[in-house]
Design a protein around this ligand. Structure first.
Ligand code: NAD
Length: 296
């Protein structure tokens, strides 16, 4: 039986660890939150007392942590000194490309195989085991990475070498942030023009305005029953998380010299929505701000 250490059992990691256990793997799980640990145990994982205890004896180590500083410190202080050198290390958090490359360098220098493998898909996909993974790793390590991620994935790509997974993730989410704002602006305009936004959705879904934000995640309640717009924008992908990803894209653009003016505007609009209280709401709730309505 494959022995997996799973570190970070939050909104995403909880469901992902549960799917590793469901696939028959022996999962040693650790999170700083006692409530998260209880849920993981109920889902078939074993509670570890620390990161060090979780990774001792692991064949695969998976991390799903909030941001770059968490990943850097957990790897440097707890994983690299305590995991067996044979363990395959996979970080699925969304973090900056530089942190991913730094951690990969430290892991490699210490004799480990490492992959950055962030995900696309929200908490529902994490629970269903239907996430899309984009991995940055050595080509020789990719088959093992793909096999390790299989119980949690609908599809897995090798984006390139270390850091390429994170690069793919922030570019994808920049598209998503920009397209969601475009869809919301169009729905708000349709409403002002006296055009039923649901009718507009139906027409544009079959026309050149078609995109994922409109047809799979419609911010207007009604047309897409599974979308967070139907449950007061609760759950889903929080505005604060989208803002984090758009900031990562802007920092990467500034460092690399890429021109991303629409990405910068999307970051500004999501920062404003966050300040207006939208942070915990699903990111499609920015529709309310663009309609001139209050968020809370
Ligand atoms: P979360 O805040 O719900 O979970 C993070 C977990 O990490 C928490 O339970 C926290 O207690 C734990 N943690 C923090 N420091 C730790 C440490 N030192 N040791 C052990 N545990 C520690 O966040 P989430 O929504 O699960 O997101 C995790 C990552 O996935 C983020 O990088 C996020 O950007 C990315 N992501 C989230 C979504 C989403 O829809 N929520 C979608 C795609 C990607």
């Amino acid at each position: 039986m494959t022995r997996v250490a799973f570190i970070g059992l939050g909104n995403m990691g909880g469901g992902m660890a549960a799917n590793q256990a469901k696939a028959g793997r022996e999962v040693a799980a650790f999170d700083l939150s006692a409530a998260a640990m209880e849920k993981a145990v109920a889902a078939g994982c074993e509670a570890a007392g620390s990161v060090a205890a979780a990774v001792a004896g692991a064949e695969v180590v998976i991390t799903m942590l909030p941001a770059g500083p968490h990943v850097r410190s957990v790897y440097a202080e707890n994983i690299l000194p305590h995991a067996p050198k044979s363990a395959l290390l996979i970080d699925c958090s969304t973090i900056d490309v530089d942190s991913a490359r730094a951690v990969a360098g430290e892991a490699k220098a210490a004799g480990f195989r490492f992959a950055d493998a962030p995900v696309s898909g929200g908490t529902a996909a994490a629970e269903a085991g239907t996430l899309a993974f984009m991995a940055g790793c050595d080509a020789a390590d990719y088959p093992a990475v793909e096999a390790a991620l299989a119980p949690m994935s609908r599809v897995t790509f090798r984006a390139g070498d270390h850091g390429a997974g994170q690069a793919a993730k922030i570019c994808n989410n920049m598209v998503l942030g920009i397209s969601m704002i475009g869809v919301c602006e169009a729905l708000a305009l349709a409403e002002k023009l006296g055009l039923d936004p649901v009718t507009f959705h139906e027409i544009s879904s079959q026309s050149s305005g078609q995109c994922w934000s409109l047809t799979s995640y419609c911010p207007w309640p009604g047309p897409v029953p599974a979308a967070p717009s139907n449950r007061d924008y609760e759950g889903g992908f929080a505005t604060a998380m989208m803002l984090k990803d758009l900031k990562l894209a802007q920092e990467a653009a500034a460092r690399s010299g890429a021109a991303t003016p629409l990405g910068a505007t999307a970051e500004g609009l999501y920062a404003l929505f966050d300040r207006l209280g939208g942070g915990p709401k699903d990111f499609s709730a920015i529709l309310e701000m663009l309609r001139g309505r209050s968020v809370a």
